[in-house]
Design a protein around this ligand. Structure first.
Ligand code: BJW
Length: 245
């Protein structure tokens, strides 16, 4: 059996990505042994309560990660680029939903892109909700230039207990896609970890591309395991053959 037995060019595609796709670009994952959660406690840096309790620590955590992301050594890799190409040739629509807050998918050429956990390059005022782009480091004494409130600026990211972004658009794409692909995510965090079941309930074929089996690996009909820079371009090449046949 091959992919073309389950997928046709008439199927729209939803792709979910996680930190594993950016690992080979030099950004850390969360739950691998050398990951971010091995050095920081979630309760200290990734909840609204942490920000209320100790905004300096939370802002500092994201200032460091923003500076890392903006380093000249951090570039989109072959997996990001392959997904950018896929959007260009696939005839029936590709929606890329990323849990990542880095900017590597856009820089890799993807345009139909939802950042469901927000974007590190953006800053939001917790008071008026205004979104600012590209203002760099955020400090507690900064004033929102939109509403004038001091100390309310925060990274535009989704912390635990907060609602992920664009869930309606994601839900409707999951409801009509013929192929669901999950790449580089451990399947620990909901609602993203539930997308595969949602897509399958609606009849989609589901494929996991990851370094190792994720928590929900048994829900996928197919799994291909290896570094994203190898398995993703190979998979996209197979989709190109289907698109052209
Ligand atoms: C490679 C590779 C290579 C390595 N190539 N692969 C019980 C049941 C259901 C839900 C809940 C529950 N209890 C609590 C919840 C809700 C909670 C949740 O899911 N908790 C779980 C821990 C149980 N979820 C939420 O709170 C979410 N909101 C929500 O549910 O809203 C509804 C609601 C609102 C109000 C009240 C109540 C409910 C929000 C989740 C926010 C997640 N935020 C973070 C941090 C913020 C952004 C940031 O700082 O970057 O998002 S946590 C962190 O995990 C980050 C990631 O996006 C997310 C997912 O991680 P990811 O991408 O999967 O990374 P890893 O490290 O886990 O996995 C990497 C994988 O790559 C591994 O498998 C490697 O093997 C692989 N890999 N190298 C390919 N080279």
């Amino acid at each position: 059996m091959s992919l073309s037995d389950f997928v046709s060019a008439a199927d729209s595609i939803v792709i979910l990505t996680g930190a594993g796709i950016s690992k080979e670009s030099g950004l850390q994952t969360f739950r691998d042994p050398d990951g971010i959660w091995a050095k920081h406690r979630i309760e200290d840096v990734a909840t609204p309560q942490a920000f209320a309790r100790n905004p300096e620590v939370v802002l500092g955590f994201y200032n460091v990660r923003r500076a890392q992301m903006e380093g000249s050594n951090i570039q989109p890799n072959a997996a990001h680029a392959a997904l950018g190409r896929l959007e260009g040739f696939w005839p029936s629509g590709v929606l890329l939903v990323t849990q990542n807050i880095d900017n590597l998918h856009a820089r890799g050429g993807s345009r139909n892109l939802i950042h469901m956990h927000g974007e590190l390059a953006k800053t939001r005022c917790n008071d008026c909700g205004h979104l600012f782009e590209g203002i760099g480091d955020v400090e507690t004494d900064m004033v929102c230039l939109f509403c004038g409130v001091t100390g309310a600026l925060r990274p535009h990211v989704v912390w635990f207990g907060e609602m992920p972004l664009d869930m309606d658009a994601i839900g409707s794409a999951l409801g009509r896609c013929g192929l669901f692909v999950s790449i580089g995510t451990s399947g620990n965090v909901y609602p993203a970890a539930g997308f595969v079941q949602e897509a399958r309930n609606n009849g989609a074929y589901a494929v996991e591309l990851n370094l190792e089996e994720s928590l929900g690996a048994n829900i996928f009909q197919e799994g291909r395991y290896g570094p994203a820079t190898e398995v993703v371009p190979e998979f996209v090449d197979e989709l190109r053959i289907i698109a052209e046949s």
